[in-house]
Design a binder for this molecule. Structure first.
Ligand SMILES: [Zn+2]
Length: 255
């Protein structure tokens, strides 16, 4: 049986893929990927992502969000306009969220929360799914999403406690699992707890690979697939089918 996999969160628009994007996509196809959801970060990243999803129409899809490497360089109003202008080209908003690992000051964290709420509101208004970045802030991110009434949510590379994740599961949130799960006891615990109905695969390329020192790429979601199958003692085919079905359901992909 041929596997059909979806990479629900990647950054092909990152400069790490500038020179060999064609080969990276080819390798993804050879490994059974039927779609890659790219997150373009900031204005420049978003424009690059849109041009990649036009070039690989029907295979690469775009979302637009914030670069949490430098969250305060973003012009939120400009980014919101970009999302509105491309409402029918993108399939989601993200990544957006909270990063308490890099942002420590109280007033700056409050600013992140404000931004996050603005994008949650926009996603509700446009009925677009949200891809949520939460670093050392899993519990608070889920609380804000729940009190804001967000429905279509993908928590990507969730680094919090499994018990906090289950609050999101109760509201139908999805969680995407990167290849770094093979070396992360926290993510292994998370996979163990999450129902397969709430799990998607992601690469988060170029980061979160099996080897932290190597560039990660979409084809590597097969490592997430294998690890999920191992932890949950399920057939690879079943995990492939379920995660792709979940991606289809969340993003409304016709694949
Ligand atoms: Zn990312």
């Amino acid at each position: 049986m041929e596997l059909k996999l979806v990479d629900s969160h990647a950054h092909l628009s990152d400069s790490a893929f500038e020179t060999d994007l064609e080969q990276v996509i080819l390798k993804a196809r050879e490994n059974g990927l039927v779609a890659i959801i790219d997150s373009g970060l900031g204005k420049d990243g978003a424009l690059r992502s849109l041009s990649i999803s036009r070039r690989f129409e029907g295979y690469v899809y775009s979302t637009i969000g914030i670069d949490y490497g430098a969250p305060f360089l973003v012009d939120v109003e400009e980014l919101k306009r970009l999302i509105l202008d491309n409402r029918y080209r993108i399939i989601g908003i993200g990544e957006v969220g909270l990063d308490y690992y890099t942002v420590k000051k109280r007033d700056e964290r409050a600013k992140l929360v404000d931004y996050f709420r603005e994008f949650i509101d926009l996603s509700k208004k446009l009925d677009l799914p949200l891809i949520v970045h939460s670093r050392s802030a899993g519990r608070e991110a889920i609380e804000i999403l729940l009190e804001s009434g967000a429905r279509r949510v993908l928590m990507h590379a969730f680094d919090g406690k499994a018990s906090h994740a289950m609050k999101g599961v109760e509201s139908g949130f999805f969680f995407s699992i990167p290849p770094s799960v093979v070396r992360s006891p926290q993510k292994q615990k998370l996979v163990n707890r999450l129902p397969i109905e709430n799990i998607l695969l992601e690469s988060d390329s170029p980061v979160l690979g099996v080897n932290p020192l190597e560039r990660n790429e979409p084809a590597n979601i097969v490592f997430s697939l294998r690890e999920i199958a191992r932890i949950k003692n399920l057939d690879l085919e079943l995990v492939a089918e379920e995660t792709t079905k979940n991606a289809r359901r969340l993003f409304g992909l016709r694949i």
